[in-house]
Design a protein around this ligand. Structure first.
Ligand code: FES
Length: 74
């Protein structure tokens, strides 16, 4: 399956929770699905200092979470 990053608008100083398990129905953001799945993964909390567009990783292989670093192409 080919993954492409999610383009999202992020607001300054708002708390975001990026899904790390890939089970969320609200990707790229966490919906709590990891809590009932057989996984030890947890959401990654992050903020941005200024409102911006961003590409958030969908493949979960990025080395710079939550942002896409092009690893989905490898
Ligand atoms: S979607 Fe690009 S690195 Fe994961």
């Amino acid at each position: 399956m080919t993954h492409i990053p999610f383009e999202v608008d992020l607001e300054a100083d708002k708390k975001y929770c990026w899904c790390t398990c890939g089970l969320s129905a609200k990707e790229p953001f966490c919906d709590g699905a990891h809590k009932t799945a057989n996984t030890d993964k947890r959401s990654l909390h992050f903020y941005v200092e200024t409102s911006t567009k961003a590409l958030l990783c969908a493949c979960k292989k990025t080395q710079n979470p939550p942002y896409c670093d092009g690893s989905h192409n490898k």
